[in-house]
Design a protein around this ligand. Sequence first.
Ligand SMILES: O=C(O)C(=O)Cc1ccc(O)cc1
Ligand SMILES: [Fe+2]
Length: 447
Amino acid sequence: MAAYLSRLHHISLHVSNAEKIANDLVSKFKFNLFATRLTDRSRQLALRKGAAVFVVNERANEGSVRLNEELRYSADSHRVNAGKHNRDHRTKCLYDVSPHYSVDTVSNVCFEVEDVERSFKALRHLGCNFLVPPTTVQDQSGVVTYSVVKSIVGNVCHTLIDRTKYEGSFLPGFDVIEKDCNLEEEEDMSCPVTHFDHITYACPRKTTHQVMRWYEDFFGFQRFFIDSNEDLDEGFVINQEGIGLRLTAMEYWKCSKVGITLPSLDKKEPDCKFVIAESLPEQGRNQVDTFLEKHRSPGIQHIGLYTEDIVSTAHAMAEAGVQFFSPPHTYYTKVGKQQEIEEAGHNPQMLAQHGILLDTDLHQDSVVTDSIGYLLQVFTKPIFAEDTFFLELIERRGAKGFGEGNIKALWRSVQAHMENERGDSQGEESTKSVQTAQLLVTPELFN
Ligand SMILES: O=C(O)C(=O)Cc1ccc(O)cc1
Ligand SMILES: [Fe+2]
C-alpha cells in the first residue's frame, strides 16, 4: 500500500550561501524569516509566505567556516534540546540529509504524513530507498517523527514528517522568531502568495513514465491532463517552432485519516501539483537540457507560487528587484490577445509591464462551471548563481492545467535568455561538463 500524504509541509534548498538566498527570499520575494536553527555545523533558515514554507540550508563544506565567523542570529541557539534522543543532531541538517552537492539546489519536498513508522514500513516493503530511518526529535512543545526517502528523480528526496504531537509553531530544534503579525498582513495585501501551486521536475528523455509510476505506486499520485489535446501515453507534447517539450502532470489529495486506501471522493482536496518536463530531441537544445547540464542531475527546475493577485504581486516583487522573463511586446498587442486579456477583465498594459501571460482555458472547467477559465503566469529569472532553478507566479481563475499558449510564450522568453547566457559563458561550459562526470550526491545511508 502506498503512503498517503496529509499535505506538503515545506521545501528545502541546499545552497552555498544561505544568508544570501534567505535575504533574497525576504527582500525580493516577500517571504518572512520565522525560524532558524544554528549549530556549529549547520545553518537552517525557515521562511514563510502564506502556507508556502522554504527551509534554506547552508551546504556543510563551505558553510561551516562562515558559520563560526558570523553566528549572529541568536546568541543562545544551542539552547534547544532537540536531538536528545538521537545521534548527533548538532552536526547535520535536521529533517533532511546533507547532500554534498556541487551547485545550489532545491532538493527536498517534505510531506506531512500521519504515521511515519507505518509509512516507512509500507514503502520499504515496496522497495523504497530510505536515507534516514524514522527518527524522533523533541523539545518542550512536543515530539516530531521524520524519515527521509530518496525519490527516483535525481537528487530529490522526500522527508515524511508527523507533527501531530507537536504544539510549537514550526519544528523542534528551530528557534522561532516572534514577528509583528500586522506587518506580515500588510505585506500579504500587496503580495498575496498563499501556497505552492506546483513543482516542476526537469527529467531526462524517456523517463517520464518511470517517474510517474514511482509517485503513483509509493504516494498514490494520480495523473491529470494538462490540456484536452493530451495523449495518455505521450503526455502533453509541444514539438514545433523550436519548442520540444513533453509535459505530464500528477496530483495527490490531502489525506487526514490513517489507513485509508484512497482519499474519500467527497472530501477530495488536491494539494501541490507535480509536473514532469522532458525535452524532445527534434528542436535542438533547450531549457530542460540546460537545467540537466548545469544542475548536473535531474531535479526541481521551478516552483509555481500561487497568488491571488498576480499583477500586484509581480509589481511589488519587481519593485523589490525580482527580474521576470517577458515575451516580446507584440504578444500583448496582437488583436486576439488584446481582446482575450480585456475579456478576462485585465489591462494588456498592466500585464505587459511585468511580462505576465494570460491563457484562456477553453476546454476544462467551462463544461462544468459554465464559465471560461483562465490562468495568468510569469517566470522569474534563475535565482541561484547557476542557470538552474527559478520561481513562477501563477494566478488561476478556474483553470487547472497549464495553458498551451502560455507554455509556448514562456518557453520562448526563457529560451532567448538561455541563448544569451550561453553566448557569454562558452569557456566556463567545458570545465563544467568535465565535472558532470562525478555526480556529487553522497546520500547519508543509515546503518
Ligand atoms: O507552464 C508551466 O508553469 C509549467 O510548469 C510547464 C513548463 C515546464 C518546463 C518549462 O521549461 C516550461 C514550462
Ligand atoms: Fe510552472
